[in-house]
Design a protein around this ligand. Sequence first.
Ligand code: PPS
Length: 540
Amino acid sequence: MKTNEGRCIRLVLIWMALVLCVYFYDLHGRRKSTEEGAVPINAVTKTSGGWRRRDDGGAEREHEDDNIVIEENLAVIKDADGSHGNVDPEIELQEDVLPESLEVSENQNDILLLSNRNGEAASDIHNHDGASVDAENGVRGIQNRMLYFRDPKELGKNDETKEKGPKGSNVNVAVHTKSELSDPKKSANSLGAVARLRVAPENISTNVDFKTLTDNLDPSSNKVDEVVSLEDGAQGAPKGIPSIDTVTPMMRIRSKHRPWTISEMGKYSRSLFTPPPHEAPVQRFPKAIIIGAGKCGTRALLEFLRMHPYIAAANSEVHFFDLDVNFRKGLDWYKAQMPLSYSNQITIEKTPSYLWSQRAVEEIYKLDKKMKLMIIIKDPVTRAMSQATRTKPEHPESMFVENVAGTLRVVNESRTVDWGVYVKYIKMWLQWFPMSQIYVIESRQFVYNPAAEIQQIERFLGLPPMITERNFYYNRSKGFYCMRPFHVRTIQCLAPGKGLPHPTLEPRVRDMLYNYYHEHNEALFNLLGRRFEWKSRARL
Ligand SMILES: Nc1ncnc2c1ncn2[C@@H]1O[C@H](COP(=O)(O)OS(=O)(=O)O)[C@@H](OP(=O)(O)O)[C@H]1O
């Protein structure tokens, strides 16, 4: 009897101890999640001055000074400067690089979509037709932005693929450009292009951070299982590859820091974006285009605008209207370059050389008389220098002046010089479009205060005002603002190739250029009805 009683008491005590453990564990967990600042997504609403958060008891709290970053299904509260919490080190957005981070998601397809750091599909990086790939080691080809791997059901069926393992194992993929492959040094160093894909078990979605992985990979240790060579300019995919429509997707790889995708926008917060009910997203022609000017900040402008949930922006420069090779492909091809969008979004693209193309003016007008056009311009001498910096001539002066019979003259027929005569080109557009459809931004204003400029563009495009200073982060070492999009917790800066120091130009040549541009700039200020603080005529 006594033993039974004792047993009962012991059981009760164990039960109580268990209850207490669960209670403290739960309490600790809750506290931890509050300390980390993560709350369910449906508990936060965006307000004009910040965020409103509803706590468990239903009480509402304003977070004016805090920055709430929407992550997968949580809203993470951070200090206003973004320093609190786990903000990743800066992530560079690169224009012409290979995948930075890949995600394998879902379980029923045999398609891999490779994106670069901009979220651009691999085939887009090199050409718009798709690129051929090394068909060995399970890689079947690339088509319509999709890279096809051997059906994982086949993995393990022969020696070649066995080591890659069945579902749930890791596969390392190296993606190289053709030029990288032909240069052994570059190839060895191109670990930046290696990523490990997880052949996902059911419904597991894995984020693979490219940078972290590459740190762990040793090029000499032959750890790469797949080598994908993207041939520049190669046409189409190997035969026999089913089209996207006929293949059930099994794995989709996408850039972790890729731009906002529409299917996610509504999911994150309906206060940020609400797709029209019962509507499937489709590709549409742009309603607004950044037409130029090259080297004046067009990429920054596009990426900053892309943060707006009601904007769907094409990733790469499309070059449809200016390049014969693309123009010949027709408007269907053009539309196919556009991202999926809902009818309440505005599709935009940027191709900085449209500004200088007569055909672009006429064809864009034919496509849509109501097209909104955005032009960002900078001091033309700085623009010319920016262009010269990219081509790295030993004597940049040779790009601007020539010696004719012992006298120096500005080579005004050279494109580097001529493209800075903005007034001539804006007038060309004005022959077809009214000024009310053309928005001109001055690059320096944009560099110093991007939020204010983007807010004006929101008005120009008729978009709900959403972008604020909170979406920007000033990077002192770069001297530029970087982005803090709504939906990712990283700060995103433009590629390091932007903002490189310009070579010094011989003062005499620089002054000649300023003198050359003087009257054109004056004509531009008259046309626009405002002046920019550009250096004026120099004394020679
Ligand atoms: N936020 C931010 N981050 C980085 N760079 C910025 C930014 N805003 C403007 N810029 C300026 O953009 C210049 C490059 O212009 P584009 O993007 O139009 O170049 S391109 O025509 O697409 O090649 C580039 O010119 P350079 O300084 O000569 O590289 C930058 O000055």
